[in-house]
Design a protein around this ligand. Structure first.
Ligand code: NAD
Length: 258
């Protein structure tokens, strides 16, 4: 395997590109530079128009719709991947959702339905796609990557139910790593510092979070999608072969601060 093209011939399915700001797009670009073959999903017709040209610019071999709230859409997606590639090496799960109302005010006011939706889309979906990926990552194992945030561990005002969903996501990473480890399938999360993306725009006072992060981190600067891509490539690539079940930070050191 060439060091310049560590992903030559590797097949990577990327869930969660909405536009050129998406963290998933940062990961896709680094994998592409490393020689990976890529497939993308999009959520709904409106985003299809944004995702298609991006995917085509990195020679995507498959571009499919998938709303992870529906098992039949997940099944159909992996059916297409099987038909196209008959296998899979890398799965990137870079998506989350909570009702806007639940991302402001008090966490104690979260409704049963709001809690269910955030958990289902932001945490359970990783389990559902990992199960499908398992059957495609048969021979040489593979790597599954998801995206988390520090609000999983500590209270971040306005992150609310998403913090609880991210805590469930990080715990799911550990249990999936244990289940899939014997098949050499690794499962890891990246805990990223704040980046201005479409999803981030749903969080009240996100701008304050951004400027606070810049001020309070040891490195005194915010991260970007490419930083996430570089760490993602490390975890999915040769450097990560014995790393599984972990959550790694790319946050300019924010998580060490009291
Ligand atoms: P983004 O808006 O670019 O990506 C979020 C993606 O989730 C979108 O592509 C959207 O289509 C997808 N999505 C939402 N509901 C879905 C569903 N039901 N089915 C399928 N896809 C669905 O924003 P992003 O910031 O790149 O978010 C990607 C991941 O990174 C999320 O898990 C987010 O929580 C996490 N994250 C973001 C930040 C940040 O500051 N931007 C920091 C840490 C972690």
């Amino acid at each position: 395997m060439s060091q310049l093209k560590p992903f030559e011939g590797k097949r990577a399915l990327i869930l969660g590109v909405a536009n050129e700001r998406s963290l998933a797009w940062g990961i896709a670009q680094v994998l592409h530079q490393g020689g990976a073959r890529l497939a993308f999903t999009y959520l709904g017709e409106a985003l299809k128009r944004r995702v298609e040209p991006l995917a085509q610019s990195v020679n995507a071999e498959l571009i499919e719709a998938c709303d992870v709230s529906y098992d039949d859409q997940i099944n159909a997606l992996f059916g297409k991947v099987r038909e196209k590639w008959d296998g899979l090496d890398i799965l990137v799960h870079s998506l989350a959702y909570a009702n806007r109302d639940d991302l402001e005010g008090r966490f104690v006011d979260t409704s049963r339905e709001g809690f269910r939706i955030a958990m289902d889309i932001s945490a359970y979906s990783l389990v559902a796609v990992a199960k499908q990926a398992e059957s495609l990552m048969q021979n040489n194992g593979g790597s599954i990557l998801t995206l988390s945030y520090y609000g999983a561990e500590k209270v971040v005002p306005n992150y609310n139910v998403m913090g609880v969903a991210k805590a469930a996501l990080e715990a799911s990473v550990r249990y999936l790593a244990w289940d899939l480890g014997p098949k050499k399938i690794r499962v890891n999360a990246i805990s990223a510092g704040p980046v201005k993306t479409l999803a981030a725009a749903g969080i009240r006072n996100f701008r304050t979070m951004l400027s606070a992060a810049e001020e309070k981190t040891p490195l005194k600067e915010n991260i970007n999608a490419q930083d996430v891509g570089e760490l993602g490539a490390f975890l999915c690539g040769p450097g990560g072969v014995h790393i599984t079940g972990t959550t790694m930070y790319v946050d300019s050191g924010a998580h060490i601060m009291a």
